[in-house]
Design a protein around this ligand. Structure first.
Ligand code: GAL
Length: 471
């Protein structure tokens, strides 16, 4: 008995354990199989990606440079007001302040590290100066001069490429006036001066074409009266009417009008005639952009319902109004500063969070159909350091420029707002790449499409590939 017991117990134990073991073996086996399948498929997918990268590099060997990643580190100064042992004893000790987070330093006009965010004009990009090794190099955040040696004034802007002329036109807010607060709690602002236009063949040397839509000096009832708000102008060309059409955010100083404005011109360099403003589809509309699809259909995308969601709607054929078709997207996600682009049939959009002039983390979204559903993919910012990546490199999206002849390569345009002196806000242009086979979902993706990765690569200094001719 003892013997039997002696052996039975362990046998019984073994037997139970065996069934548990075999059950877990089956479960783990299954899990293993799923993982193996998934890994196989990922590797397979990666091969596809690698293949595509290889193909692209074969076609454009110099795009590799665009994908370089740079790391950055900031030397954060000790908190100001800290008591020094050498300070005279009879003075009251200043209360030590906690170390300010970097965003506060960024917003603080007397920050000791302000030069890191807003380097002075000694380092300006000046295409007319003998640039030597710096010719055609973008330096995100530095001052950028036009061909007259004046800082470019085209904030919240966008680019129109006119193929017929082989010319790029950069439109943006001219903020070359004093920054002030209309109310104690109001956002920092600059009076409306107008929309500037610059032209370039290489995207680096910009000639000032003047103010193509003028602010209104005297008529207080006009939308463009100086104490109102004109932001984020974008221009598209209508092939049917042969007109250049500008859409912009129109508001009053308190941002309660929340409308879009429309202007029209026969020439890319204006002058533009201001037509009217409206609340599209009857909704409030603040940050916005325009996107013209390959088939000539154009869309308005705007933050609405107090910036809690975006609306996207088709424009009428003449681009002078919105049609009835509208779709609510990214509902409840509180996104603004939309910048939309398309690659291999998939639509992508970069947005910012809603924190006024203060920077925040960017997100990229993707959709098979422009009217949605849109899926949020995450933060596209790569390199730099964590704080740079989590603040869109201390900037906010405004536009994404396609680069003809370089499929999958784009320029991400953003504004580094200088809240203390808005006219001195800087431009951040960085390479944006869409990697991999577009929307090739894995067979067992459980219904979730796997979009291509969208990456914005931090560079202190970069340029477009040498062979790239601009068209
Ligand atoms: C931002 C917006 C800018 C401007 C600013 C005013 O959220 O993107 O275009 O409106 O607020 O505070």
């Amino acid at each position: 008995m003892r013997m039997r017991n002696k052996y039975r117990k362990p046998t019984t134990f073994c037997c139970n354990a065996g069934s548990i073991c075999s059950l877990s073996a089956v479960v783990w086996g299954l899990v293993g199989c799923v993982i193996m399948l998934h890994l196989y498929s990922l590797i397979h997918h990666q091969d596809g990606v690698g293949g595509e990268i290889q193909m692209r590099l074969n076609r454009h060997p110099l795009t590799r440079e665009l994908e370089e990643v740079e790391e950055e580190s900031f030397q954060i100064p000790p908190p100001r007001g800290k008591w020094s042992p050498h300070a005279p004893r009879n003075k009251p000790r200043p209360r030590p302040r906690p170390a300010t987070p970097l965003i506060e330093e960024f917003l603080d006009k007397s920050s000791q590290i302000r030069h890191l965010f807003f380097p002075d004009q000694r380092t300006a990009i000046d295409p007319m100066k003998e640039a030597g090794n710096d010719s055609l190099y973008f330096y995100p955040g530095r001052m950028w001069f036009d061909t007259n040696g004046k800082p470019i004034q085209a904030h919240g802007g966008g680019i129109l490429y006119v193929e017929r002329l082989g010319m790029y036109y950069w439109y943006g807010e001219n903020k070359d006036g004093p920054t002030y607060h209309a109310h104690k709690k109001g956002a920092a602002r600059v009076d409306i001066i107008g929309v500037s236009c610059y032209s370039s063949k290489d995207l680096w040397t910009w000639k000032n074409e003047g103010i193509v839509l003028m602010g209104e000096e005297t008529n207080e009832t006009h939308d463009l009266y100086k104490s109102n708000v004109l932001e984020r102008p974008k221009v598209v060309y209508n092939d049917k009417t042969g007109k250049y059409v500008m859409w912009m955010h129109i508001d009053d100083a308190n941002y309660t009008k929340a409308s879009v404005g429309i202007a029209i011109s026969d020439y890319p360099t204006g002058p533009f005639d201001y037509l009217y403003s409206k609340r599209p589809h009857g909704f409030d509309s603040r940050d916005m952009t325009i996107f013209k699809d390959d088939n000539g259909v154009a869309y308005l995308i705007y933050s609405s319902e107090d910036n809690s969601e975006l609306h996207i709607g088709t424009l009428t054929e003449d681009y002078l109004d919105v049609s009835q078709v509208m779709s609510r997207i990214l509902v409840g996600q509180h996104r603004e500063a939309p910048a939309l682009f398309k690659h291999q049939g998939t639509y992508y959009m970069i947005t910012s969070g809603c924190s006024g002039w203060a920077p925040n983390v960017a997100l990229v979204h993707a959709a098979d159909s422009i009217m949605g559903p849109w899926e949020t993919m995450g933060n596209p910012c790569i390199g730099g350091n964590k704080i740079l990546r989590n603040t869109t490199f201390f900037a906010q999206s405004t536009f994404v420029v396609p680069l003809p002849g370089l499929p999958g390569s784009f320029i991400f345009m953003a504004d580094r707002w200088n809240v203390a002196e808005l006219r001195d806000s800087r431009y951040l242009w960085l390479p944006l790449m869409v990697w991999g086979a577009a929307d090739q979902p894995l067979e067992y993706n459980y219904g979730f499409p796997l979009w291509s990765r969208v990456s914005i690569y931090w560079h202190r200094r970069w340029k477009l590939p040498d062979g790239w001719s601009g068209q």
